[in-house]
Design a protein around this ligand. Structure first.
Ligand SMILES: CC(C)(COP(=O)(O)OP(=O)(O)OC[C@H]1O[C@@H](n2cnc3c(N)ncnc32)[C@H](O)[C@@H]1OP(=O)(O)O)[C@@H](O)C(=O)NCCC(=O)NCCS
Length: 392
């Protein structure tokens, strides 16, 4: 064993491992910035397509550039018939995140740019992924319910298109704009677990689709993108506003988690939660069912108070907390909440893969290769004598 070295069993918290120009999360101030712009301003003023362009090409697009980008996305939305056939052959009860994670490498097999290692080719692959992931999620929901997939409509925005391909109905402007704002808010978040997974795979010079497939696997976990589903499951389990406080006490006393609260970086309000909360309230009012929003509000308040009492520190609602009741009020099935996160985060992931591949932020990136301290020797020594099968 080597001489002692510093070991960080902290999930790399507080360790800065790369330069980036894509985004910044200021956890103390509760600020999230995409390429210099506050996410709040982007959510209020820009569409998802505009934000995806900003993340990929580093600047907000002028009108003609945005129109060309939207046209490219519209052109790339359809998915190859081979992928549709593969989806149709899979068990209908397969989790949508598993379907999405396995469909992405299938897209690689149909991508004409897959062997082209230029930045232009990577951008084209990024646009295809941004366009197609939403189609795959909607198509899978139709297929598993025994319905034919719906072709995308080139006249609709990315947000409206997804809801249309899912349900067959074109959403009205308010629903479409709420969904669009949700996509903007989830599009990027610096070196979170899934983005790090994508960058780590890209650092090996594996292609864009390999990196994105890894990111989707990472996002599926309940401590990351899977938390929005767990929030809604928790709310339905609690059932009524009166039951929130006892639930909070029980869960904290038993060492469990209140999903949607807490964040590895934010130590104050997550700006995204504060934008999603009023949208959740309005969506609840629109469908005549405000219970889930009201319970969320009480859960946030009671959860914060009880956490402070037990741990002496503050805890805040994160992005998953109010997106859960927002999507629920839109009638979206629970197990599509995390795939919807991926429909949005694909913009940030692909921007990070391109930065990793083409050294967008100096100095040049290298292959990620952390070290570990070996502590698990079976025989009590660093090297064990091999034991033949008959003597074990
Ligand atoms: C996101 C998360 C992993 C960040 O964690 P973190 O800031 O690194 O803090 P830790 O996980 O180390 O937790 C610190 C302490 O607070 C507790 N804690 C953190 N979040 C909690 C929550 N939501 N509910 C209950 N307890 C929580 C932990 O159990 C831990 O307690 P301990 O010191 O007694 O072991 C954590 O807050 C969490 O699990 N939240 C719920 C899942 C979620 O919403 N994830 C989506 C994130 S966007």
């Amino acid at each position: 064993m080597e001489a002692s070295k510093e070991i960080l069993d902290t999930g790399l918290r507080g360790v800065t491992i790369a330069h980036t120009r894509i985004s910044d999360v200021d956890g103390a101030a509760g600020k999230l910035i995409y390429r210099g712009y506050l996410v709040k301003e982007l959510a209020e003023n820009a569409t998802f397509e505009e934000v995806a362009y900003l993340l990929l090409y580093e600047r907000l697009p002028k009108k003609d550039k945005l129109e060309a980008f939207e046209a490219q996305i519209a052109e790339e939305r359809s998915i190859p018939s081979e992928v549709i056939s593969a989806l149709q052959s899979l068990p209908p009860n397969s989790p949508p995140m598993d379907i999405l994670q396995s469909a992405v490498p299938m897209l690689a097999t149909c991508d004409p740019d897959i062997k082209d290692q230029t930045k232009e080719a990577s951008c084209r692959m990024a646009i295809r992924l941004i366009a197609k992931i939403a189609t795959i999620v909607a198509a899978w929901d139709r297929i598993r319910n025994g319905k034919p997939p719906i072709d995308p409509d080139p006249e609709l925005s990315h947000a409206a298109n997804f809801l249309y391909m899912l349900t067959g109905d074109v959403p009205d402007d308010e629903v479409s704009s709420f969904f669009d704002a949700g996509l903007v808010l989830h599009a990027e978040h610096s070196f979170n677990a899934s983005t790090f997974a994508a960058r780590e795979v890209a650092s090996t010079r594996a292609h864009m689709y390999a990196a994105i497939s890894a990111a989707i696997g990472s996002l599926s976990g309940e401590l990351h993108g899977g938390a929005n589903v767990r929030v809604m499951e928790m709310l339905t389990k609690i059932g009524s506003p009166e039951a929130v406080e006892p639930f909070v006490n029980d869960i904290l006393d038993s060492g469990g988690k209140i999903f949607g609260l807490g964040h590895a970086v934010y130590k104050t309000d997550d700006p995204r939660a504060r934008i999603l909360a009023p949208m959740s309230k309005i969506m609840g009012q629109r469908i005549g069912e405000t219970k889930w929003y009201e319970m969320s509000e009480i859960l946030e308040k009671k959860g914060k108070e009880a956490f402070k009492k037990r741990k002496g520190s503050d805890i805040y609602a994160n992005v998953d907390f109010y997106s859960a009741s927002l999507y629920y009020a839109m009638g979206i099935p629970l197990d599509l909440f995390t795939p919807i996160f991926a429909i949005s985060r694909i913009a940030g992931w692909t921007a990070h893969v391109i930065e990793e591949q083409f050294a967008g932020a100096a100095p040049k990136p290298v292959l990620y290769r952390p070290e570990s301290e070996y502590v698990g020797d079976y025989c009590g020594a660093e090297e064990c004598t091999f034991v033949p099968m008959e003597n074990r």
